[in-house]
Design a protein around this ligand. Structure first.
Ligand SMILES: [Zn+2]
Length: 340
């Protein structure tokens, strides 16, 4: 017990020191960096889906309220009431549609507060860019988990690489972008099953790549409010992964380490947002002096090019969308915990 107490004291001292350092500078570990647009490895079968790319679950007052309550700890962790609120509004959906379109991700399904395990098992079978030994072990487990512990109640925004499906339960654009960035990242990997396996051991690698792409997406648009929101959300969420990795080396860290990293993330994100205008100016100055090729629509590397390309169709059925409410994405709140 004494050893544990000593370790915890040291950890708290470490966290306090880190917070002190962050409060004076701010660590830009998630600086903007695009995920390369090509190559892309897409299962042609996923392109033949005749349903909308963005689908919505039917609103259910009792179930959604219960899910909102269940999500309170995550709301607190990321300090945003929109986390796992099970009521996604137009601004978030429009952010999703814009990202999907601009990054050429026609094979990615987005389920907005929707429970559709049968369709997801079907997508698992279709997604042949993931080798079958992965799909019928880890993939089956992942879809089975989504079936038994439905996010429709338990929340937990995430991207499932085995089905190429993003599941959203939070009305936070930064979270939606983050999950979509994971989809973009996986799509460029030739060995997507192996990359998914690697996530189980080194998630910080994948998380860094996705988070930086979100930042680049927002910086490109001069989206000041979006950057502030992403700083507020992504850094504490990133802290949970840093804590997971750090716990390998500090096994006695426990909850002190976990919450210390989350708090450090909150502090860091807010610190960076204080200088957001300067960061924006620096970013665009850099690209003015060193132009980067625009991310044009890439050619799709398909295993079987004989598969016909489906007719373009609306990305979602607008009649299913919750009526938009006034966005409260002001600069001093935060959301999103379950970023995978
Ligand atoms: Zn993530």
């Amino acid at each position: 017990m004494k050893v544990h107490a000593a370790i915890r004291c040291q950890l708290l001292a470490l966290v306090a020191t880190t917070l002190g350092l962050l409060s004076s500078t701010g660590c830009h570990v998630l600086s903007p960096a695009h995920i390369p647009a090509r190559p892309q490895y897409i299962a042609p079968e996923l392109l033949n889906d005749s349903s909308s790319q963005v689908e919505f679950g039917e609103p259910h007052k009792v179930l959604d309220t219960a899910g909102w309550i269940w999500g309170i700890p995550d709301k607190i962790l990321l300090w945003d009431h929109r986390v796992d609120n099970h009521q996604i509004t137009a601004p978030t959906v429009e952010t999703v549609a814009s990202y999907l379109d601009e990054n050429n991700l026609p094979h990615v399904k987005v389920r907005v507060n929707q429970y559709a395990p049968l369709q997801d098992f079907h997508r698992l079978r279709q997604n042949k860019t993931v080798a079958w030994p992965y799909r019928y072990t880890l993939g089956l487990l992942s879809v089975g988990g989504e079936t038994i512990l439905p996010g429709r109640f338990f929340g937990g925004d995430h991207f499932n690489p085995y089905t190429q499906t993003v599941h959203l339960y939070s009305d936070v654009p930064a979270i939606a972008l983050h999950e979509l960035a994971h989809a973009k990242d996986f799509t460029r990997r030739r060995y997507q099953g192996t990359y998914a396996l690697a996530y189980m051991f080194f998630p910080t690698w994948h998380e860094t790549i996705a988070s930086r792409d979100v930042m680049a997406h927002l910086y490109d648009r001069h989206d000041r409010a979006g950057i502030i929101e992403a700083n507020r959300i992504q850094y504490p969420a990133y802290g949970t992964y840093v804590a997971g990795t750090a716990s390998w080396f500090i096994p006695g860290g426990g909850t002190a380490l976990y919450y210390g990293c989350v708090i450090a993330g909150h502090a860091n994100g807010r610190m960076l947002s204080r200088d957001v205008d300067q960061h924006l100016a620096d970013y665009h100055q850099m690209f003015r002096s060193q132009p980067v090729p625009h991310q044009s629509v890439p050619a799709i590397s398909q295993p079987d090019m004989s598969v016909p390309v489906p007719e373009p169709q609306p990305m979602w059925d607008e009649s299913q969308l919750n009526p938009p409410r006034v966005s409260q994405a002001a600069s001093n709140e935060s959301p999103a915990s379950n970023m995978h």
